[in-house]
Design a protein. Structure first.
Length: 289
């Protein structure tokens, strides 16, 4: 697991942070899954490479996943470390196919016309990661799948709101075009990096949908899997605070310091998540009004 551990250590992501609440063996298994997700995501973000070259790289990762399920030895070191995790937990190949399709969407389009199209993207790149994580966490209740789907969508919409400026610089705008038109916001306005009241209204609409997804995740979380989902619950708490911070700034991500949760605040949320799990508190630390 050395390669996967190294990739996870180098990452400053909130998902990697959540692993600190997991037992060592579970942490290593999640690191293998995370490293795969990180590697394929990095493929499409290689802006210096031609799109066709990135498609080819992504196809090689897809072929490597196929090798695992056909009982062959994968080419990539990360996939070799992921192979026993897939086999032990019987992770479905279709979910890896969905994840790769989602990552590949960034190579095929620079925006999304409708909420339905964006929802599919969010499901593939975020909810699917949650669904793959459930067996590793030790979840048993079928409602945990609904929880992973709703929470994944909520986290991804929060990411989108935080990263609007950096995504636009890469030529991507994830906010639904139908919603942009309704608010009088154009792609050029976003690319110019200029905050407007029209943009703030657009972002508020996206945030309302994200809030609804957080609430649905909190409502369907089964009590029998609550302790197993402690890392996911920490993710929910961190991103919920991030969404609140964006709201307080009126979603102005075009200037000034980036919108982040401080290390001290994250440390507090880690301890809070651990305490809530250890004491079996019945409510989640997000999704409230």
């Amino acid at each position: 697991m050395e390669q996967s551990r190294r990739i996870t250590r180098r990452s400053a992501s909130n998902l990697a942070l959540a692993f600190c609440l997991l037992p060592r063996s579970t942490r290593d298994d999640m690191a293998a899954l995370y490293a795969f997700c990180r590697q394929v995501d990095d493929v499409v973000d290689r802006g210096e490479e031609a799109v066709d070259q990135r498609r080819l790289r992504l196809e090689r990762w897809r072929e490597d996943i196929g090798r695992i399920y056909s009982g062959c030895v994968p080419v990539h070191a990360v996939c070799r470390e992921l192979q026993p995790v897939i086999e032990w937990y019987r992770l479905p190949q279709r979910l890896f196919e969905e994840l790769l399709l989602g990552v590949g969407m960034d190579l095929e389009r620079s925006g999304y016309e409708t909420w339905v199209e964006l929802d599919l993207y969010c499901y593939r790149v975020a909810s699917v990661v949650g669904l793959l994580s459930l067996p590793i966490f030790g979840c048993r209740h079928p409602d945990s799948e609904k929880y992973a789907e709703w929470l994944g969508r909520a986290l991804q919409l929060t990411n989108i709101l935080r990263d609007v400026a950096t995504d636009a610089a890469r030529g991507r705008i994830y906010l639904p075009l139908e919603e942009m038109r309704a608010c009088g916001v154009t792609s050029d306005m976003i690319r110019s990096g200029r905050w407007t009241t029209a943009y703030a209204e657009l972002a508020r609409r996206v945030a309302r949908r994200a809030r609804r997804y957080y609430r649905r995740a909190r409502e369907v979380l089964p009590s029998t899997d609550r302790r197993a989902l402690v890392a996911a619950e920490l993710m929910g708490a961190v991103y919920w605070r991030l969404l609140q911070k964006l709201e307080r700034r009126q979603f102005d991500v075009f200037g000034g310091s980036p919108v982040r949760i401080s290390r001290l605040h994250k440390a507090f949320l880690v301890m809070r998540a651990w305490y809530r799990s250890a004491t079996c508190q019945p409510s989640s630390d997000y999704g409230w009004d």
